[in-house]
Design a protein around this ligand. Structure first.
Ligand SMILES: [Zn+2]
Length: 281
């Protein structure tokens, strides 16, 4: 088990308001039509700094402060003008986590989750009146202007699991995501369900087998649109592999050599689980 995927330097202090004075080094997660604006400098993707924003005269709205990191404000917002520059690219959010670094992923993920939460909660879920942003340094919340109902940013948990049998790993082919090729079993946690029961249910539904010795591994935000992937390891208990035919068209026990053929190393939590298998079996 890993202690945390997030290294110390990635611990971001939440601050609904800016804690520090604006500075040219402030980092911005700017979204246009659900794509992330990045600067591509000699192949290195980075978030624009405040200086970049000023230099290119980028107009941003729905501005929010995500937090601060080592005295630098982490900001997010949206733009509706595609700036013409050879340095600027707009990345599909689904491709985040493949090539970019973990800091960029973390800031972009938090920004995307925050902006989506604000968009989806303009009005109170109880009385329908307008919500306002709670004025607090320590708590990010929306409060109803009429009944006082408070709403906090929401995360929908999903599980992903590495199931082993002897020295082999269960890999499945999900026909809904053919670009992922073979991957691990994953799925959303149902309301009122424990993570462990979700692991058991998803593995049984998708692959037809029972597992035991379920152990927590690590977690990672997954902004599509507001999930949190919670990763586990588990061991085969009983049953024959039987893919559900709906999502999973093929399920098999892969040897290390077979896993290596289909595995693309990245910092996604699925990749880290597979890496854990390769190093420990
Ligand atoms: Zn209300």
């Amino acid at each position: 088990m890993e202690d945390s995927l997030v290294k110390d330097y990635l611990i971001i202090k939440p601050s609904p308001k800016k804690l520090h004075k604006e500075c040219n080094k402030d980092l911005w997660a700017v979204f246009k039509d659900n794509k992330l604006m990045v600067f591509n400098r000699k192949g290195d993707h980075s978030l624009p700094t405040l200086k970049d924003i000023k230099d290119h005269n980028i107009k941003i709205f729905n501005i929010q402060c995500i937090g601060e990191l080592k005295g630098v404000n982490l900001m997010c917002g949206e733009t509706n003008v595609e700036v013409k520059s050879s340095e600027i690219e707009y990345l599909d959010l689904m491709t985040l986590g493949k090539g970019q670094d973990e800091l960029l992923y973390t800031i972009a993920t938090k920004g995307n989750l925050l902006l989506n939460w604000l968009k989806l909660n303009k009005r109170c879920g109880i009385c329908g009146s307008e919500n306002y942003i709670k004025d607090s340094y320590n708590e990010r919340a929306l409060v109803c202007s009429k009944c006082g109902n408070t709403t906090w940013p929401r995360t929908s948990p999903a599980v992903i699991v590495a199931v082993t049998k002897g020295d082999k790993l269960l890999m499945v082919y999900n026909k809904l995501f053919p670009q992922r090729k073979y991957s691990l079993i994953a799925g959303f946690v149902e309301y009122g369900e424990t993570f462990e029961d979700c692991v058991k249910r998803e593995v049984y539904e998708e692959a037809g087998i029972r597992v035991n010795n379920i152990r927590y591994f690590a977690s990672q935000p997954w902004p599509f649109p507001n999930s949190m992937m919670v990763a586990f390891t588990a061991e085969y208990k009983e049953g024959e592999l039987k893919p559900d035919g709906v999502e999973i068209s093929h399920a098999a026990w892969f040897s290390k050599d077979e896993v290596l053929k289909v595995h693309n190393k990245s910092f996604s939590i699925g990749s880290k689980l597979i890496q854990w298998y390769l190093e420990n079996y």
